[in-house]
Design a protein around this ligand. Structure first.
Ligand code: PMP
Length: 358
């Protein structure tokens, strides 16, 4: 490559493993011996179907998805799922229950209210602008809840659920910013969705893992393009899928599987997060960590300067060392290091050293 690759801490779209990008480049002009690019072949062509099925099999393998659950590839990002979940799952006399733990769960709640009845199950905003997730025991649902929706990792606030509630309704989780960052008991969830652009691959494809029984019981009086059942029945080849995004997803997941799968990813991610938290905590003269200790995220480390100017100085110094993406979300401010699967341990070490020596 002609230009030096930065140390990428972007919140999403985010760093992808370089070998997955190189493979994508190498395959770009002659896809599976067709002489054409993957961008040019039909989604019905055997060459594409092979990649599609490989990508699905990799999701199943890496997440240990049980037979009871199906894997779907959909377009439209996580925000589209905010609407599709209630559209499919809310029926007469039922409601969606929502755990409000940050910006994205608030958005999910609002979208559901356009479709049917959405009730707040628990809301932790008042406890200090989303500095924690609830204890599972705090979470309850009313009778008639079709599901309990939660955001497993709050990308903007750097908080993450480390234990999930047990309630009398299927769990639906937006795992956009932590799916495949750590081990997961998929069978505990009715439905999981994750836009791919953080831990999994590129923007453009959303991975949905759903209990087949939930799809069977879902509404049928909604447009076909909005039904999970349409995608399930045709292995997500019901209409033209985002073929290139799925191709890059396949290449990323194949690389992550080769690196040892989810156990290895979790060990690396825990070490990366521990390194950055420790570095920030070693400089109480300069920085604070707003998220409560038991709620801290492995994927997004959020920290703040104790006085004016500290954050801007750190960002300038980071930029001089080739680091990008460390500015906090515009609505939250502060600093944020996103440490997804594509973020290399050496980059994290460089960031930790910068903070310690600042
Ligand atoms: N949920 C979470 C947890 C997110 O982090 C994001 C994006 N940062 C979204 C939803 C929105 O995703 P999209 O842009 O794919 O709709």
């Amino acid at each position: 490559m002609s230009t030096k690759r930065p140390l990428i801490f972007n919140p999403g779209p985010a760093a992808l493993p370089l070998p997955a990008l190189e493979r994508t480049r190498d395959e770009l002009l002659d896809f599976e011996g067709t002489g054409m690019s993957v961008l040019e072949v039909s989604h019905r062509a055997p060459a594409y179907e092979k990649v599609h099925r490989e990508a699905m099999a990799l999701v199943r393998e890496l997440l240990a998805v049980p037979e009871s659950h199906a894997v779907l590839f959909m377009a439209g990002g996580a925000r589209t799922q905010f609407a599709l979940v209630p559209t499919n799952l809310l029926g007469e006399g039922t409601h969606g229950a929502y755990a409000v733990t940050g910006h994205w769960s608030k958005c999910a709640l609002k979208e559901a209210s356009f479709v049917g009845e959405a009730r707040v199950s628990v809301d932790v905003e008042a406890d200090g602008t989303f500095v924690r997730v609830p204890d599972p025991a705090e979470v309850a649902v009313d009778a008639g809840a079709a599901y309990l929706h939660l955001t497993s990792n709050n990308t903007l606030y750097g908080t993450q659920w480390h234990a999930y509630p047990e309630v009398d309704a299927p769990l639906v989780a937006d795992m956009t910013s932590d799916l495949l960052s750590r081990k997961l008991d998929v069978g505990r969830f009715g439905l999981i969705y994750a836009a791919a652009q953080k831990n999994l691959g590129p923007a453009g494809v959303t991975v949905v893992v759903v209990d087949r029984a939930l799809v069977e019981g879902a509404r049928t009086d909604i447009p076909a393009a909005f039904r999970y059942a349409s995608f399930l029945a045709k292995d997500s080849l019901w209409n033209t899928p985002p073929t290139f995004a799925i191709h890059v997803l396949r290449n990323t997941l194949a690389y992550l599987a080769d690196r040892g799968g989810v156990e290895a990813l979790e060990a690396t991610n825990r070490a990366k997060a521990a390194r950055v938290y420790a570095a920030v905590a070693s400089r109480p003269d300069l920085f604070t960590l707003p998220a409560e200790e038991g709620s801290r995220s492995l994927c997004n480390v959020v920290f703040r300067g104790v006085e004016d100017g500290v954050e801007a100085r750190l960002l300038a110094e980071a930029e001089a060392r080739g680091m990008v993406g460390l500015k906090g979300h515009r609505t939250v401010g502060g600093l944020r290091a996103s440490l997804y699967n594509g973020v290399e341990a050496a980059w994290v070490e460089a960031l930790a050293e910068l903070i310690e020596g600042f």
